[in-house]
Design a protein around this ligand. Structure first.
Ligand code: ADP
Ligand code: MG
Length: 691
């Protein structure tokens, strides 16, 4: 239940003076539906009102003058303004007022009186003027004119000035709230109180006060981060209280590993050990296994599934596409069968008797492992005893889809696998409610992909080399640029490229793009995987995780337009076999400095975690676009880059609080409850209801 102290902040914006049926939708668009959202608007700039003499007035500047009212001049015709001549002993100026209220003006500001005026100076052919001054005050009230003013986002029909007026009122209604931060931490960071921080946010003294690094902004960011981390820590604690089936490490996994032609990397060992600790704990596991493409996540999952089979229960491995599901099945079914564990493959293609047979095997428990696509969570798929769900490329599935599969068992354990390495700070913000294992080590013996940046004018040379390589049996991906926001022109560019390449390299140039159905894409991908196509032209839809060991060349057009992480992912499609591989980053010169740096990083390293850190650094906090898409919460104050130090502290703080005071009943705990209500955390986390 919401504490009473927060009621004024959760009142609808229509409770603010002047917010009626016309203004409300506009203000809601700018801020949000409640008073709190208005208080949470961030000023994007400031106006400094420089006090000056009229003789110093500068065209276009916002300035404040102490003047005497000299004369009123009536409008000369319809739609003409009132003009008011003012002066000081260094010069004069005309104040211009449209609208027929000159008589009232004259009453309020009579001729011969002194007034302090503030607004934008304009020089036009009538001379120096100020149209509708922002402020006109008697000298004794001049203190009400701010020297510095915050400027807020506006919208059509709602100028920034009115937004600020609403904001001031909202701020006045904002109560002091009990301090929820640790006193020692506040002192150490010299943070202001929450209320003081808001005051400073809206009454900045200089540009520095707009910086995310200013003390008040850091304070507000920390509040937000702590609220979020607390929510995730609570969820994690709750999940841990849910009992899960205990699974012992069985003999089959050891036999499978003995059969493998390679030894596990240290990181694979650690990931499997993490999973087995979870299995032993008697709690429900929700573990994210993060590791680059090719880092060997699948074999780790296979061992976990073997343990579950040894315990007499079932596992399901779900992949986002049919081709991926089939590849997984081919990888694991043989080795499992060699030790008496039966796996079945279930995709949209299974129909009729064949499908019925597989369903029977799952329902009876004759099959211990199911590998498949979305077909796995269809209603008529019944398991005998599903205990583990493994989701490959977890971001490709919705929460509901995953839950439907998990719901086919009781308190099923979850392993989510992701081939998008993310920096630690983002890991905490995106997956703070999960346990995470990082596979941050590549299997040995991979030849790194030789990466080169080549300017577009040398396209012919690249195509020529590609032709030679294809003639000697190589296969290549050719990724087409994101020309525009419109899928249609992306498609056109890819089609044109395919046509152009066919003229030179034909036969064997295929095309996949986002407008094709899943089955159509799968068919082309399969042709490529089976070497019936030499070159695969694609928009960025190349399926993450697809294994085409014979593909050794990756060409990316307009590489400068892609994010680092995305380029890394694309490059990860090659270099999977023993043969030497190459990645060509085609760019339109000249490169911006950042683009240059990006391509350089890519040439220097193929460590996905390092690349992700650098990516975040190069984007800074400004361009959060790619980050948002990757499931980052929509923070108001916190910036995952500028406040990355705070994210780590908030994570620790939250864990400690929940460990000591799980019900938040201490004095600080109660204040923290107010904080949580204040933020009313509703960010859509990819795995937030991980079960
Ligand atoms: P991921 O799913 O993480 O992209 P995979 O599990 O598909 O990676 O592994 C990629 C390839 O590397 C597979 O062919 C796999 O057999 C192989 N592999 C996995 N672990 C090792 C290892 N420790 N040493 C050598 N090769 C490995
Ligand atoms: Mg994989």
């Amino acid at each position: 239940m919401r504490p009473e102290i927060l009621f004024p902040l959760f009142a609808p914006i229509t409770s603010l003076k002047g917010v009626g049926p016309r203004v409300a939708p506009l203000l809601e668009r700018v801020a949000g539906p409640i008073v709190r959202d208005v208080v949470w608007l961030l000023p994007h700039s400031i106006i400094v009102r420089t006090p000056a003499r009229l003789g110093e007035a500068l065209d276009g500047q916002i300035m404040t003058f102490d003047v005497t009212i000299d004369a009123y001049e009536r409008p000369r015709g319809r739609n003409q303004p009132w003009r008011v001549r003012v002066s000081d002993d260094t010069g004069f100026m005309t104040l211009v007022f449209f609208g027929a209220y000159g008589d009232q003006l004259e009453k309020r500001h009579p001729v011969g009186h002194r007034r302090v005026i503030s607004g934008r100076v304009e020089d036009d052919r009538y001379g120096r003027q100020m149209v509708h001054p922002d402020y006109i005050q008697a000298p004794d009230k001049a203190g009400e004119i701010p020297q510095v003013e915050a400027v807020y986002p506006a919208t059509e029909g709602l100028p920034a000035r009115r937004v600020r007026a609403f904001l001031e009122e909202a701020l006045q209604r904002t109560p002091d709230l009990p301090e929820w931060q640790d006193a020692a931490w506040l002192t150490r960071e010299r943070f202001p109180s929450w209320r003081e921080a808001l005051d400073r946010l809206h009454h900045p003294l200089n540009d520095g006060d707009l910086s995310p690094l200013s003390r008040h902004r850091r304070r507000l960011a920390y509040d937000e981060l702590l609220a979020h981390q607390l929510a995730m820590a609570q969820r994690k604690a709750e999940r841990r209280r849910e009992p899960g089936a205990k699974v012992a490490a069985g003999p089959t996994a050891a036999k499978l590993r003995a059969d493998l032609p390679f030894a596990f990397t240290g990181a694979q060992e650690r990931a499997l050990a993490d999973i087995r600790d979870d299995f032993r704990a008697g709690e429900r596991m929700s573990r994210l296994v993060q590791g680059d493409v090719g880092s060997g996540k699948t074999v780790v999952a296979m061992c976990a599934m073997a343990d579950v089979a040894d315990a007499g229960a079932q596992s399901a491995l779900m992949a986002p596409t049919e081709i991926l599901a089939r590849q997984h099945f081919e990888t694991i079914s043989g080795p499992l069968a060699a030790h008496g564990v039966t796996a079945v493959l279930l995709t949209g293609r299974d129909k009729g008797a064949g499908r019925a047979e597989k369903l029977r095997a799952l329902a009876s428990g004759a099959a211990q492992v199911a590998v498949g696509t979305h077909a796995l969570f269809q209603d008529d798929v019944v398991f005998h005893g599903l205990q583990l769900v493994v989701i490959d490329e977890q971001h490709r599935f919705g929460v509901a889809e995953r839950q439907r599969l998990q719901a086919k068992g009781q308190a099923t354990h979850l392993i989510a696998m992701s081939a998008t390495p993310i920096p630690r700070t983002l890991e905490l913000t995106m997956y703070g409610d999960l346990d995470v294992s990082r596979i941050d080590e590549k299997p040995p013996g991979r030849t790194p992909v030789a990466t080169r940046a080549v300017p577009m004018p040398r396209l012919d040379e690249i195509v020529g080399r590609l032709k030679d390589a294809v003639a000697s049996g190589a296969q290549a991906f050719w990724i087409c640029p994101l020309v525009s926001e419109s899928e249609v022109s992306d498609l056109a560019a890819a089609e044109m490229r395919a046509i152009a390449l066919r003229k030179i390299i034909d036969p064997g140039v295929g095309l996949v793009h986002g407008k094709m159905t899943g089955a159509e894409k799968d068919a082309v991908m399969a042709d490529f995987a089976d070497n019936r196509l030499s070159v695969l032209v694609a928009t960025t839809v190349v399926e993450v995780g697809v294994n085409v060991p014979n593909a050794t060349i990756m060409v990316i057009e307009q590489a400068e337009r892609f994010g680092l992480a995305q380029l890394h992912q694309l490059r990860g499609r090659v270099g999977r076999g023993a043969r030497e591989s190459a990645c060509v980053l085609l760019y339109d010169p000249p490169l911006s400095e950042t683009a240059q740096q990006r391509l350089d990083i890519l040439r220097r390293t193929d460590d996905g975690f390092l690349i992700a850190e650098k990516d975040l650094e190069l984007r800074g906090g400004g361009d959060a676009l790619g980050l948002r898409q990757s499931g980052l919460p929509d923070y108001v104050f916190a910036d995952p880059f500028a406040h990355r130090d705070l994210i780590a502290v908030a994570g620790d703080d939250a864990r400690l609080v929940i460990a000591r005071d799980p019900e938040l009943t201490s004095a600080r705990g109660q204040a923290l409850q107010v904080l949580q209500e204040l933020f009313d955390w509703k960010a859509g986390l990819a795995l937030r209801d991980a079960g």
